[in-house]
Design a protein around this ligand. Sequence first.
Ligand code: 4GT
Length: 228
Amino acid sequence: MEIDVLTLFPEVVDVLNSYGVIGRAIEKEIFSLNSINIRDFSKEKHRKVDDELYGGGCGMLMTPQPLHDAISWAKKKDGYVIFLSPQGQVLTQEKLIELSKKKHLVLLCGHYEGIDERIIELDVDEEISIGDYVLSGGELPAMVLIDGIVRRLDGALGNDNSVLEDSLSNGLLKYPQYTRPRDFMGLQVPDVLLSGHHANIEKWQKQQSLEKTERKRPDLIKQLKNIK
Ligand code: 4GT
């Protein structure tokens, strides 16, 4: 998979090239990440990328020309264009899995008060939000999206099918997990996990997963019931 990120801060996105699972996926050539500076596409003599709002209002808006030219350049022929925006559909694990099947994504990051609406109309295939809150730019949301997608790519994680056991992969939170030592500050690892009895362990994990979800995220249980 290939992802192009259109941004005014390419150096922020570039840190992902040497970050954990993503960095290794790039080394293994499972994934390639390209950051593109929107300012390089400005035809204005001072490389301006923003302008005042029609209809008044404070702040500046990203102007359409550099955005449209940058998107056209990045898309070549086949890119799926996502604008990171608080007005998009809120990102879910299901959406990450769907996007991880695409060959080429183009992620558009906004700044200031946002972007000219005509770019959304002309060039954007989908708007995605990472949650109901406002940030100063789309770079961190784009990086969240990239991380969630790349760890789903075949071969990105060491363990072949560990993604199948992720929190939320079955719509529930993950059961509690433990490693050595057996006693830490007087708190013990549950006996069943030391029993070696795989059926009992699995039963305990399923029950813990359900209990934990009911306690911490009852909304997720309601969603499950809606599907069925
Ligand atoms: C929040 C999100 C996002 C922003 C989110 C355009 C100018 C949007 C600043 C940008 N804030 N982008 N994608 N919740 N702010 O995903």
